[in-house]
Design a protein around this ligand. Structure first.
Ligand code: TYC
Length: 126
C-alpha cells in the first residue's frame, strides 16, 4: 500500500503518516500521496502593548502631540492617555504585532530625543 502523508499546507508539516513503503517502483513517481488540509488554520499573532512612562521633565503638550501623531488618537483621547501616565507612572497607547510595536517605540524614542525630552516608550508582551 502506498504511503499517505497528511500535510498541513500552512506549515508543510505532516500531521499524520501511514505505512512506509519502499521508495521508487520505477514508474517515476514517489509512491507518496499528500493530502492537504482544506480548512485554513489561522494562527493568532503575539500582541504587544506599547507603553509611555512618566517623567518629571517632558512637557504635557509634547506627550499629547506624540500620542496623537504616532498612535492616531484624537486630542481628547491623547490627553486622557497623557494624564493617565502622569498620574499612574505608565499607560498604554496601543496594542500591536511585534514589528509594528517595535516601529512605534523607535519612532517615539527618536522623536523625543530629537526634541531633547527624556520621554520613554517601551513595549510589553500581552
Ligand atoms: N509628568 C510630566 C509633567 O508633569 C508629563 C508627562 C506625562 C511626561 C506623560 C511623560 O509619559 C509622560 N510635565
Amino acid at each position: 500500500m502506498a504511503q499517505v502523508r497528511i500535510q498541513d499546507r500552512s506549515s508543510a508539516t505532516p500531521v499524520a503518516a501511514a505505512t512506509p513503503r519502499a521508495p521508487g517502483n520505477g514508474d517515476g513517481r514517489s509512491g507518496t500521496a499528500v493530502i492537504t488540509r482544506t480548512k485554513p488554520r489561522t494562527k493568532r499573532p503575539n500582541l504587544y502593548r506599547v507603553l509611555l512612562l512618566n517623567d518629571d521633565y517632558t512637557p504635557m503638550e509634547f506627550v499629547v502631540h506624540v500620542v496623537e501623531r504616532f498612535f492616531n488618537k484624537s486630542r481628547e483621547d491623547a490627553t486622557r492617555i497623557m494624564l493617565h501616565v502622569h498620574q499612574n507612572g505608565v499607560g498604554e497607547c496601543g496594542v500591536f504585532t511585534y514589528e509594528v510595536a517595535e516601529t512605534k517605540v523607535t519612532q517615539v524614542m527618536d522623536f523625543a530625543r530629537k526634541h531633547q525630552h527624556p520621554l520613554q516608550c517601551v513595549m510589553e508582551k500581552k
